[in-house]
Design a protein around this ligand. Structure first.
Ligand SMILES: Cc1cc2nc3c(=O)[nH]c(=O)nc-3n(C[C@H](O)[C@H](O)[C@H](O)COP(=O)(O)OP(=O)(O)OC[C@H]3O[C@@H](n4cnc5c(N)ncnc54)[C@H](O)[C@@H]3O)c2cc1C
Length: 296
């Protein structure tokens, strides 16, 4: 039996496996190979790797982790989990069963693309979610922000560090007059209508059309679609979760321990802040948590 089974082998999972491999623990990484940022050509804010392609970063990380003889990789999709600390079994869609004393859940989240023409095509290119990740490349250009929650009302203050040209598209959501006036005083245009289409070519947007016929030229559209965990092992295990403005996250405490003994979780699955740095940090903290919990 393995010491640790890591479910999800992207930034959080590989970071956990690296740390455990260096501690000479027996680890299996089960992964389907679909990192959340695979839609973007480059990843930013990663010290020493700013602008690298996500797939290249992960391939290099995987090569390094694979070099540790106690770590093995299994390509497959985790679908079931049973057991308890010291004897968990995870079943895969291919019918394989993998057993381990500890689990690290790092299977991330899936963004739910709204059914708006052009949205999915431009996602990660010029329909983006994070100015720290992809704002610099479109600084000073025409930015739109698609309303997703009351937090959207605060984003323009932040975005002002990148551009003065910001339009908030309310997408049919009413907001208090006081908030509208505050935004307008800041120079933010506010459009009430629902988004009907995004005009794009090869992922590069040129503008949007609202259902009421309003047209707006844009170079970038910020959006925070709802998301859900990529698998439901946390639900099968009955782990405590918390609601976020766009979905849910698994609650993880010190060294990424979840509400169930022997189960640790890391990455976007456990954090309202979604970044490669946070995920890799949480992955190594989870590895430490899992290792320490096995010490006698
Ligand atoms: C378009 C876009 C661009 C981004 N750009 C940046 C950026 O420039 N800089 C930055 O810091 N952050 C960026 N992010 C955020 C970053 O991608 C995430 O924070 C990061 O990928 C989280 O890592 P993770 O390991 O938690 O999850 P993920 O990277 O999502 O990895 C989850 C892994 O689990 C696997 N998996 C899922 N389900 C199962 C299952 N059932 N069984 C087995 N394996 C499974 C998946 O295949 C995947 O390999 C971006 C996000 C998006 C959406």
């Amino acid at each position: 039996m393995d010491d640790v089974l890591v479910v999800g082998g992207s930034f959080a999972g590989l970071s956990a496996a690296l740390q455990l491999g260096r501690a000479r623990r027996k680890v299996t990484v089960l992964d389907t190979g679909l990192s959340r940022n695979r839609y973007a050509a480059s990843a930013h804010n990663i010290l020493g790797h700013d602008g690298a392609a996500p797939a290249e970063l992960l391939a290099a990380a995987r090569r390094q982790v694979e070099a540790y003889p106690t770590v093995q990789f299994v390509q497959g999709c985790a679908t079931t989990v049973a057991g308890a600390a010291d004897d968990f079994t995870v079943g895969t869609a291919d019918g394989e069963a993998l057993s381990a004393r500890r689990l690290i859940l790092s299977y991330g989240i899936v963004d739910e693309m709204p059914d708006v023409p052009g949205f999915a095509e431009a996602w990660g290119k010029t329909v983006i979610h994070c100015p720290y990740c992809h704002g610099y490349e479109v600084a000073g250009r025409r930015w739109g922000l698609l309303y997703s929650s009351p937090l959207s009302l605060h984003a323009p203050a932040l975005y002002g560090d990148w551009t003065d040209d910001i339009t908030l598209i309310l997408d049919g959501n009413p907001i208090p007059d006081a908030e509208r006036h505050k935004l307008e005083r800041r120079g933010v245009r506010v459009l009430d209508g629902k988004l009907a289409a995004i005009h794009q070519e090869g992922g590069q947007i040129s503008g949007i059309t609202l259902e009421d016929g309003t047209e707006l030229g844009l170079d970038a559209l910020y959006a925070h679609p709802r998301n859900h965990p990529s698998a439901d092992l946390h639900a099968q295990l009955g782990l405590e979760t918390e609601t976020t403005p766009t979905g849910i996250m698994v609650v993880a405490g010190e060294r990424q321990a979840t509400s169930r003994e022997g189960v640790f979780a890391a990455g976007d699955l456990t954090s309202p802040i979604h970044s490669v740095n946070s995920a890799t940090h949480a992955g190594s903290a989870a590895a430490m948590g899992a290792q320490h919990s096995m010490l006698v």
